[in-house]
Ligand binder design. Sequence first.
Ligand code: ATR
Length: 288
Amino acid sequence: MTASISGTARVAGVAGSPIAHSLSPMIHNAWLNAAGLDGAYVPFAPSPAGFEAFIQGLRGGVITGLNITLPFKEAALALADAPTPAAQAAGAANLLLFAQDGTIIADNTDGIGLLAAFGEQAPGFDPTTAPVVILGAGGAARGAAAAFLAAGAPQVRVLNRTLARAESLAEALGSRVSPLPLSDAARALDGAGAVINATSAGLSDTGGFEVPLEATGADCVVMDMVYKPLVTPFLATAQALDRRTVDGLAMLIGQARPAFAAFFGQPPPAGVDVRALALKSLGQNERT
Ligand code: ATR
């Protein structure tokens, strides 16, 4: 992939299970190549039972760091010695850094990626002016809720099929979070500045998961963390209603930027269209 790997190359990677479909190696290596850096970014698929031993073996800076993806994000946070406030608030790490002294630092750049995606695709969106609705109460939803709270959202309404999970998320994140059942969606969407699908239901069209997006105001921004397909049924419904939409691919690239800087000591180079590369590898076209 890169012609510039020497014996002193900086090596980083991504760990998940499964990992074969991760776009992160393609994104980071495109940036490495364009910047002419002596480095590599490689995929790792430890078994769930072997994840802890794998991470412990990396203490001391064998590699500079790892992105962490499903199903290891919570376990990664638990293994780290020094979590950042972002990782603590999200209850999960998408980034581990291996310091020379053996310390493992856990961070989470998903929130930065989420807000960057809004900045890019819904310019002028202000998270401080109206409540934000988050669909789902798993790890992805908690990270999104934490990011919007940190960005100053006056209220985060967490809607989940299983209300108890939304309630425990609210308990973890404080009084600006309101847990609600999915049956309250129309009421929750009324007056919302943004609504984000953080459930895994969008992964298939057969989720049987209906959200009354017509209850949103004309200015409400609709986001789906799922990026395959790029325009999910949820985003297609929003577009049919003329709502501005934000896609999950913008978030994926947005979380990768600060990770690259942490691994390789400089921000990704400008002028590389990693979105086009990612779309090509997904077999998708840019939305029109
Ligand atoms: P992650 O950590 O990636 O967020 P997760 O913890 O498995 O994944 O959470 C998946 C989320 O999608 C949950 O909020 C789940 O709702 P429940 O807590 O009620 O299980 C939600 N979800 C998945 N499939 C769904 C469906 N068909 N309809 C509604 N919600 C769904």
